[in-house]
Design a protein around this ligand. Structure first.
Ligand code: PLP
Ligand code: TYF
Length: 395
């Protein structure tokens, strides 16, 4: 039965985790997989999460299944978090959240929804994008195409992006990163978003906004600006939201697919399809992470605690960015790498070549993705000087 089964390579990003772990060099630096790390190099569980978990241990009375759309309180609180409490779409019943196993589950559910209910529509991804976007949509049998995002000189190229979107067939789906673009760290400005919206509207495209880093860019509300702009301006929208990074819940697989529809009746149609598709994928979602999020967002004191911890994570990454650019100054490289200070979120497309990345790993035990993507959050402030020196050595 299995004789014809071949072997596919593992995920190169997750593979970096193992390679780093196996490296005996005590001076190694891990800028690979996109998880937040604190000054000690640990990916912490926020205190707010610990408190919520303690509360759940004490108060949980059953482990029976939750419904196909997941925890209803979680869904409502996620709508408030993403769209803003009091958003007219919420009061009009035009939007709903379906709990999914992480942002990845939300993407997969969105892909299945598009494949089943919008047959023939292509999905347009930024070039480059998170590699799993490519395989999720292709895996659902959807035609995948790309719009340019960064130019050859490693700069955000909005003009090229808009020119490409203007040629996208009417009705196709365009995937946009709300903030903290993975892998580049280059985000659209508000004027850029407005122009993208104009093209999306003119060509009647369906935006799918991937929102995996709310709170890691400029703040919880600031990062949602583009999402709320699109939600207000368009009749229909898909949003994939992840609680992995901002709540530190990675392995609990917590996220949501948020749908905005033209009216409450159409939303009910769409949600019936989502529940049907989710049933075939994972039946009902895992409960724990969503219960933690609902506990935190539903309690003013816990929420304030969490916001404070999230702000600290964001500020740490921001100070590492400016610190690294500063540390490159003595090597005459501050200008060349100034974009590191402009980019947002954990990731930086450094502009380093695959050869330079390979040298950094071989000679300095610095681990990053071969495309030159560095997870800035993996850096320890005390090692910024070492990293700058290593980068200068390979440049
Ligand atoms: N989308 C992007 C752009 C990501 O970087 C990630 C990464 O972790 C995800 C979605 C999915 O996150 P998760 O499935 O861990 O919630
Ligand atoms: O891009 C990253 O590093 C994160 C984490 O299969 C990740 O988004 C990477 C690969 C993967 C799942 C998560």
């Amino acid at each position: 039965h299995f004789t014809k089964v071949g072997r596919v390579p593992g995920d190169p990003i997750l593979g970096l985790m193992d390679a780093y772990r196996a490296d005996p060099n005590p001076a190694k630096i891990d800028l690979g997989v996109g998880v937040y790390k604190d000054a000690r190099g640990l990916t912490p569980i926020p205190y707010a999460v610990k408190l919520a978990e303690q509360h759940l241990v004490d108060s949980e009375t059953t482990k029976t299944y939750i419904g196909g759309h997941g925890d209803a309180a979680f869904g409502q609180l996620m709508l408030n978090l993403v769209l803003g409490a009091g958003n007219p779409l919420i009061t009009a019943g035009r939007t709903g959240a379906t709990q999914t196993p992480g942002g990845t589950g939300a993407l997969r559910l969105a892909a299945e929804f598009i494949a089943a209910n919008m047959p023939g529509r292509g999905v347009w991804l930024s070039d480059p994008t998170w590699p799993i976007h490519e395989t999720i949509f292709a895996g659902a049998g959807i035609k995948v195409a790309h719009y340019p995002y960064v130019d050859a000189a490693n700069r955000l190229d909005v003009e090229a992006m808009l020119a490409a979107l203007e040629r996208v067939p009417t009705g196709d789906v365009v995937l946009l990163h709300a903030c903290c673009h993975n892998p580049t760290g280059f985000d659209l400005g508000q004027d850029d978003w407005q122009r993208v919206l104009d093209v999306v509207r003119a060509r009647e495209l369906l935006p799918l906004i991937d929102f995996a880093y709310q709170g890691f860019g400029d703040g919880l509300e600031q990062d949602a600006w583009s999402v709320r702009l699109f939600a207000e301006a368009l009749p229909e929208l898909l949003i994939t939201s992840s609680c992995s990074k901002n709540f530190g819940l990675y392995r609990e697989r917590t996220g949501a697919l948020i749908v905005c529809a033209a009216d409450a009746d159409k939303l009910t149609d769409v949600r019936s399809q989502l529940a049907f598709l989710a049933r075939n994928l994972w039946s009902t979602p895992p409960a724990h992470g969503a219960a933690v999020v609902a506990t935190i967002l539903g309690d003013a004191a816990l929420k304030a605690q969490w916001v404070e911890e999230l702000n600290a994570m964001r500020q740490r990454v921001a100070s590492l960015r400016s610190g690294l650019v500063e540390a490159l100054q003595p090597f005459g490289l501050a200008e060349r790498f100034a974009h590191i200070g402009v980019q947002r979120g954990m990731f930086s497309y450094t502009g380093l070549s695959p050869e330079q990345v390979a040298r950094l790993r071989a000679e300095f035990s610095v681990y990053m993705v071969s495309t030159g993507r560095a997870n800035v959050a993996g850096l320890d402030a005390s090692r910024i000087g070492d990293l700058a020196a290593a980068i200068a050595k390979v440049c």
